[in-house]
Design a protein around this ligand. Structure first.
Ligand code: SF4
Length: 88
């Protein structure tokens, strides 16, 4: 397992990769999401607008991209922390 050190003033970033490649982590997430029927994207969010945008005006292209990537090219999470299930 690899760990990044955290410097004072930097936001905490969990090590989502834990020694694995970005592609492996993203593929594993999508497999788990399908297996557990996870809802985490704009289409299932109470904050989506009818035109596909976000009520909070978050730039949500990443959340709507196909295929979805939970980890970006720099290893940081692309997950939307403002997701709220719409109950559907
Ligand atoms: S809060 Fe996040 S998941 Fe919900 S519509 Fe906005 S960008 Fe999408």
């Amino acid at each position: 397992m690899t760990r990044r050190s955290r410097r004072a003033g930097e936001p905490f970033q969990p090590d989502l990769l834990q020694g694995q490649s970005i592609a492996v982590v993203n593929a594993a997430f999508l497999a788990d999401a399908e297996r557990w029927r996870l809802q985490f994207r704009c289409d299932d969010c109470a904050n989506r607008r009818a035109d596909g945008g976000c009520l909070y005006d978050w730039p949500n292209d990443v959340m709507r991209a196909e295929p979805f990537a939970v980890v970006g090219a720099d290893g940081t999470a692309l997950f939307c922390r403002a997701f709220e299930p719409d109950g559907s």
